[in-house]
Design a protein around this ligand. Structure first.
Ligand SMILES: *Cc1c(COP(=O)(O)O)cnc(C)c1O
Length: 387
């Protein structure tokens, strides 16, 4: 979507950072597993329309999303014949659309399997399903007691149901403190897949998201579903520390941030000592100050938790956010930065000269996950692919 009118900020997506992360993940998981790139939540805020072709350029041909709505946008963003897989909600009324377009999708109930078989049969087509099994996560997944019946139906309806995958999801592999729970899930998965292993045509087995793919080699299997790490973030300090144990140089396990977020100073103003800045009384200038007004607020995805806490970069220097983050603007103290002027570039996330604002810094002041902030970046901010 190109527009003549400017938006109040812009996002840049680095093709070379993405390539670095995918090369690193390929070395980490080895040659065998398919790397399925998870692009739910608008590619974790990066913009699915831009991100899918970027990943395809790096050789990725499998994508995963959370809903049929997301599947449609991802599918329309493909520039090759890559596959799209729905891991979450698929409404009955969308089943014919996914079958028609060869979209793969999770099934986790007998009723759904029967329904899909009857729709596919009426269409004279074959649905590509991944059977998700419950192993202790208690999110979605078919109960193990119903697995044999599920496999029997899939076998009976084999003209219209192709069992592409057999999978589960681990409940928090990024946290070493839940290791006992994850161990039980992994054992459970290996146990329940035995009846499937006896089939003549083998499905793809997949279990791991970023954390497990990096630190649990035994669950890399045939495919890994990776979101967080592809975008250049470690799922947790536990995962980062575990990876560091295996190398001499921390550069060897470095991921690179793909996204940068930039805007420009809207106005620079002088504020006398003891004046309040913005709404309310949360910030009172302790000295005569120079304040840069920035045209970004919580309505633009900049978290209100950054009020009086965050930092932005202007002229290569760090400027603290002062006062409350408003719906469409916030304020930075630039008293110590010489020469700041209207229109100067402001970096909200990313590098400027020798300084950097990390995505992690956004979760330091709140309970928000780093992926939470990203996934809330509004879809209407223009995204540009850069080298
Ligand atoms: C989101 C998700 C993933 C990817 O998780 P990351 O930790 O971001 O790599 C994998 N599998 C399922 C089922 C998911 O919902």
């Amino acid at each position: 979507m190109t527009s003549r009118v400017h938006h109040s900020s812009r996002l840049e997506l680095s093709q070379s950072a993405l390539r670095h992360n995918l090369d690193f993940l390929r070395r980490t998981v080895g040659d065998h597993p398919i790397i399925n790139v998870v692009v739910k939540a608008n590619a974790y805020g990066h913009g699915v329309e831009q991100f899918v072709p970027m990943a395809e350029k790096c050789g990725i041909s499998h994508f995963a999303v959370a809903s049929s709505g997301e599947a449609q946008i991802a599918f329309e963003s493909l520039s090759t014949d890559s596959s799209v897989m729905i891991m979450g909600i698929l409404h009955d009324s969308d089943i014919d659309w996914v079958i028609e377009n060869g979209i793969e999708f999770y099934v986790f109930s007998l009723r759904r399997i029967e329904k899909v078989a009857s729709i596919a049969s009426a269409m004279g087509k074959t649905a590509k399903i991944h059977l998700e099994v419950e192993t202790g996560g208690n999110r979605t997944g078919i109960e193990q007691a119903k697995l044999r019946e599920a496999l029997a139906i899939i076998h009976r309806e084999r003209k219209h149901l192709q069992l592409v995958g057999f999978c589960t999801h681990l409940a928090g592999a990024e946290s070493l403190s839940s290791k006992f729970r994850i161990d039980r899930q992994v054992d459970s998965f290996f146990r329940v897949r035995r009846p499937v292993l006896r089939r003549s045509r083998q499905p793809i087995y997949h279990v791991a998201s970023s954390a497990a793919a990096m630190i649990r080699p035994e669950v890399r299997l045939d495919m890994v579903r990776i979101g967080t790490a592809v975008y250049g973030l470690y799922p947790s300090p536990d995962v980062h520390n575990t990876m560091l144990l295996g190398v001499r140089n921390r550069e060897d396990v470095r991921l690179r941030r793909v996204i940068s977020w930039k805007t420009n100073v809207m106005q620079v103003r002088n504020v006398d000592r003891d004046e309040f800045v913005g709404y309310g009384t949360s910030y009172q200038a302790p000295r005569a100050s120079k304040i840069a007004v920035i045209p970004i607020g919580y309505g633009n995805g900049y978290p209100r938790e950054m009020s009086n806490r965050g930092n932005v970069l202007i002229r290569g220097r760090r400027a603290p956010i002062v006062g409350l983050v408003n719906m469409n603007m916030c304020f930075a103290d630039v008293t110590n930065i010489p020469g700041v002027d209207d229109g100067d570039e402001v970096v909200l996330v990313g590098r400027q000269k020798n300084n950097e604002i990390t995505i992690r810094s956004f979760s330091e002041f709140s309970s928000a996950l780093n992926t939470e902030f990203l996934s809330r970046l509004p879809a209407d901010i223009p995204r540009h692919v850069v080298k």
